[in-house]
Design a protein around this ligand. Structure first.
Ligand SMILES: NC(=O)C1=CN([C@@H]2O[C@H](COP(=O)(O)OP(=O)(O)OC[C@H]3O[C@@H](n4cnc5c(N)ncnc54)[C@H](O)[C@@H]3O)[C@@H](O)[C@H]2O)C=CC1
Ligand SMILES: O=C(O)C(=O)[C@H](O)COP(=O)(O)O
Length: 377
């Protein structure tokens, strides 16, 4: 089998290398010429997989080690019988922990408590739902907007779904976790446009870790330049990998599309693609995640009941989002800087890598609900 893989996907040779010819290529540089005589293509979000790329008919299997699939022309793959798999949900915890890190960083800087805020979650799938569950478990109020889900009415939760307009008018914090959808009944492209931006309450916190174009970045820059008081956290940008430096200068936290980047999430994603690949080609080999899964790296003991201040310390111990903001501001103007940050991103870990000792029952319950490992003395 000849497999072409984005060179920034980890563990490829360990997983696929035994019986296959592996060709690696920079994700943004993969071209139709590279695809010739390739059976399997494995990409990330930076490679557009469409008719232009796949003019060769040798491809049988396409995998993307991502949750978002807006870079894939799925209709084309289906039309030509090319098997397609992606990795939904594997980076949900990483994104949720990024959002928590951003919220607690802002709360510390601007001296407010999250328990006094209402958080509007737009898109309640793998990421949005986990975010809801963890915020709810810590007593933080949320409003949920997900019309496709509400329409399917498959939600188990007691909460009533709210309209996007309701969240815009009532939420103190809006966080977006939708796919990038250009048409259909519920498009998300520029769902935050100039009208929404002008309608947002003063000092509203806007967080986007979905896709850059869910927010009209030009309109956002315009309202910020005109003095609209918003607090903005952007991990995704409409013009990635080129960045609007003026917009970066206005946002409170800016990062290089790394919200989903943890060692655990990358391991889970490529393992899922590998297992789907084995199923498709009838290869009887299941990889043991523990071989790739990094071990627990640290251990802490809590001496008192957990509250927002103490949780903030734990969050910063595992992941300090401010470092990623400084990193982007340092390299944003450097040619290729955005992609370089992503390629060399340090092995950020998830809360589950933290083992917390506590003999307080309340702490055990809260920390377990937040996805941390706990052990009693
Ligand atoms: N920055 C990063 O590193 C990451 C970004 N993402 C992005 O976040 C998106 C969400 O990720 P997941 O939760 O895994 O996807 P998902 O597919 O599990 O959930 C998306 C949810 O959005 C809902 N939705 C669709 N249109 C909507 C609309 N108009 N209004 C409100 N809700 C709507 C869907 O019904 C679904 O429940 C991905 O599509 C991807 O683009 C995901 C992971 C990492
Ligand atoms: O999974 C998604 O969707 C994401 O946005 C990933 O964080 C994208 O990461 P890359 O595939 O661009 O490395």
């Amino acid at each position: 089998m000849r497999i072409l893989v984005d060179k920034d996907i980890p563990y490829i040779h360990k997983l696929f290398g035994l019986h296959n010819k592996i060709v690696v290529c920079a994700g943004r540089a993969i071209s139709a010429k590279d695809i010739r005589n390739i059976d399997t293509l494995i990409v990330r979000s930076v490679t557009k997989v469409n008719r232009k790329l796949l003019d060769d008919d040798s491809i049988k299997f396409v995998g993307t080690a991502t949750s978002g699939v807006d870079h894939i022309d799925q209709d084309y793959l289906k039309k030509y019988g090319i098997n397609f798999v992606y990795a939904p949900g594997n980076n949900a915890a990483a994104v949720v922990e990024y959002v928590f890190a951003a919220l607690f960083w802002l709360a510390e800087r601007d001296r407010f408590f999250l328990r006094d805020k209402i958080i509007g979650i737009v898109g309640v799938g793998h990421v949005g739902n986990l975010l809801y569950e963890r915020l709810h478990s810590f007593g933080i109020h949320t409003l949920l907007c997900d019309p496709p889900l509400a329409k399917k009415n498959i939600s188990k939760r007691k909460h009533s779904w709210k309209s996007f307009e309701k969240l815009v008018s009532e939420a103190d914090i809006l966080t977006f976790h939708t796919p990038l959808i250009y048409n259909g009944n519920y498009p998300t492209w520029h769902m935050v446009d100039i009208d929404v931006l002008e309608a947002l309450p003063t000092n509203c916190i806007l967080i986007n870790t979905s896709r850059g174009s869910v927010i009209d970045n030009h309109a956002l820059l315009k309202v910020l330049e005109h003095g609209k008081k918003l607090k903005v956290v952007l991990d995704v940008w409409e013009t990635e990998p080129e960045l609007s430096l003026p917009l970066l200068s206005y946002v409170d936290i800016g990062t290089a599309h790394i919200a989903g980047y943890t060692l655990e999430s990358k391991t889970r994603s490529i393992t899922q693609i590998y297992n789907e690949y084995c199923k498709f080609f009838n290869i009887f080999d299941t990889v043991n995640l523990s071989e790739l899964e990094p071990s627990v790296i640290c251990y802490l003991k809590l001496q008192r009941k957990i509250d927002e201040m103490l949780l903030n310390k734990l969050i910063k111990f595992v992941y300090n989002i401010h470092c990623d903001d400084l990193l982007l501001r340092q390299f944003a103007a450097v040619q290729g800087g955005f992609d370089k940050i992503r390629r060399r991103y340090l092995d950020r870990r998830e809360w589950s890598s933290l083992c917390v000792e506590t003999d307080i029952d309340y702490n055990n319950e809260i920390l377990a609900n937040l996805g941390m490992n706990t052990c009693c003395t």
